[in-house]
Design a protein around this ligand. Structure first.
Ligand code: UDP
Ligand code: MN
Length: 343
């Protein structure tokens, strides 16, 4: 009889129900077949064990993955909250010099849009202190809310344009009282760092702020989208200043744009009389001249020897104030809240 010729003596028929102890399959096998069968059983048992272990392990792994995902999403929510407050982004190492950004701004339909864009640029810059100076008698609540939301370190100041300036012939010197208020704040509150005048409507590459930060005394770089030449910049030959390229040179000693230079706080503090004049068209030139003693050949040329445009003098289309809301018609609607956010 071949070893696989198994004879079944009993049956399991009577093992149904409770009679389990009688359940048996007496087998009569050749000894080597029995050994083979035992080996098979052993192999099957090991395979089963491995299978169970695999199931258990994959179950364990998927449980761990789910837990990790949960931890991750909790952390993401926490991080989003933190990012919202911007503490992570703005907890700069103390040795880094602070960049003080002075931004004049005024109430108009475009204001919140401009400030949102600028705020969300500045949120990427570490060790920055934003001085937002409103051309208004009192701070605007919507601006205050926006500033608080960004998490950027800031001070919210006001400096209304004096009545006297409104009746000056020609266009009024826009943003000047606000920039001078910013300078006054820096004199009172800062001892080191760099100041930069950033109008609310320009477009800034975040790389610019590291150029600003490295300013030792007075630094300059190109500004795009200015005047008929499309750019305003120092002209550089062999790494040295050779003049200025600007659509309107006039009598200016420093024919540059407001967004095209930065001044170190230490340098400013050594010049207590430096200020921005109320002279339309000569704001930059007047301020830079008021930093005397300081000559054009002392300018630090940034943005890779003034070969990169890192700031653009963009101008947003002016919008008419929105039509009044028919409060009788829309009293119980979202429009009441929306109307508070637009001018
Ligand atoms: N500005 C201001 N009050 C005004 C007009 C302008 O505070 O009555 C601000 C404005 O928000 C901007 C800066 O001054 O940050 C320069 O103004 P604008 O962009 O109108 O001047 P431009 O860039 O056309 O020279
Ligand atoms: Mn502008």
């Amino acid at each position: 009889m071949a070893y696989w010729d198994i004879q079944v003596y009993g049956t399991a028929a009577e093992s149904c129900g409770d009679n389990l102890k009688n359940w048996s399959l007496p087998l009569r096998l050749q000894p080597h077949a029995r050994r083979l069968l035992t080996a098979c059983w052993l192999l099957a048992a090991v395979a089963l064990l491995l299978l169970l272990l695999g199931v258990f392990r994959s179950d364990y792994a998927s449980q761990r993955r789910a837990a990790a995902l949960q931890r991750c999403s909790r952390a993401a929510v926490a991080l989003a909250f933190t990012a919202d407050r911007c503490q992570l982004l703005h907890s700069a190492p103390p040795q880094q010099r602070t960049v003080y950004v002075i931004t004049p701004t005024y109430r108009r339909p475009e204001q919140l849009a401009e400030l949102t864009r600028l705020a969300q640029t500045l949120m990427h810059v570490p060790a920055l202190h934003w001085l937002v100076v409103e051309d208004a008698a009192r701070t605007t609540p919507a601006v205050a809310e926006l500033l608080a939301r960004t998490g950027v370190r800031y001070d919210h100041l006001v400096a209304p344009m004096p009545e006297e300036c409104n009746i000056l012939p020609g266009s009024k010197p826009r943003g000047v009282p606000q920039r001078n208020r910013g300078l006054q704040w820096i004199r009172a509150n800062a001892s080191r760092g760099v100041l930069y005048f950033a109008d609310d409507d320009n477009s800034y590459d975040i790389r610019l702020f590291e150029e600003v930060r490295s300013t030792e005394r007075v630094a300059m770089w190109p500004v795009g989208l200015i005047g008929s030449y499309g750019i305003s910049t120092p002209v550089v030959v062999d790494g040295r200043l050779a003049g200025f390229y600007d659509g309107w040179i006039s009598e200016r000693k420093f024919p540059v744009d407001m967004a095209g230079f930065a001044v170190s706080v230490e340098f400013l503090l050594q010049r207590p009389n430096a200020f921005m004049p109320y002279e339309t068209g000569f704001e930059e030139d007047g301020f830079l001249k008021s930093l005397a003693p300081f000559e054009p050949n002392e300018i630090e040329l940034k943005a890779n020897n003034c070969s990169k445009v890192l700031v653009w003098h963009t101008q947003t289309k002016k919008n008419e104030p929105s039509a009044p809301l028919d409060i009788k018609k829309y009293n119980n609607t979202n429009l009441v809240l929306l109307k508070k956010q637009i001018v």
